[in-house]
Design a protein around this ligand. Sequence first.
Ligand code: ADE
Length: 247
Amino acid sequence: MRIDIITIFPDYFAPLDLSLIGKARRTGLIDVRLHDLRRWTHDRHHTVDDTPYGGGPGMVMKPEPWGEALDAVTGDAGGTPPRLILPTPSGPPFTQRDAVRLAGEPWLVFACGRYEGIDARVAVDAARRMPVEELSIGDYVLNGGEVATLVMVEAVSRLLPGVLGNAESVAQDSFAPGAMDNLVEGPVYTKPAVWRGQEVPPVLLSGHHGAVDRWRRDEALRRTARNRPDLLDRFGPDDLDQRDREV
Ligand code: ADE
């Protein structure tokens, strides 16, 4: 997968050199390209923002550098265009479902806005040539799209074949589509079997896989009820079995 990121702070993306994503980049599984938006400014001060029409606080990102940057990065000569992602707190929520969907794309471009956002004509213009979508990573306001882009790039990259060592761990994640859909994961344990007076739940040492699966589901249900009751509300009548109702 190719991922282009346009930003006024390329240094924000240093973490993409680390750990599993760093390794995936070095082995060529993901091709991440960073672009400094100021490269597409033409004044001495490399200006990327201006005051908002209609008044109000803050600054708005100027359309011209963004238009030139997107033309240069996405190319205008043939070929399948990328999907353009605009991180913004005004977008629909980014979920695991979106991560799975975006992991199926060959080429993503993230446009990181700052200040009060990017002049709205940039998205309209880009949509003439490529699919464009706004996405929010949560109901809070960050200083710009950089951290949101890091979040989405990590959530997408770890789903690509070969990026994680163990494909099973992706399938069993909280929010992974499938068996435990709509449940968060329960607690996990490793050695030693007793630590500071606390024992690991005995069922996990029993070697009885059926009992372990049942225990994990019970714990996932309890934790979901405690931390994310909104997720349980999405359960249909067929999603709960008889044992679930007793938890
Ligand atoms: N930019 C600023 N806040 C954001 C958020 N919550 N999600 C995505 N992009 C953002």
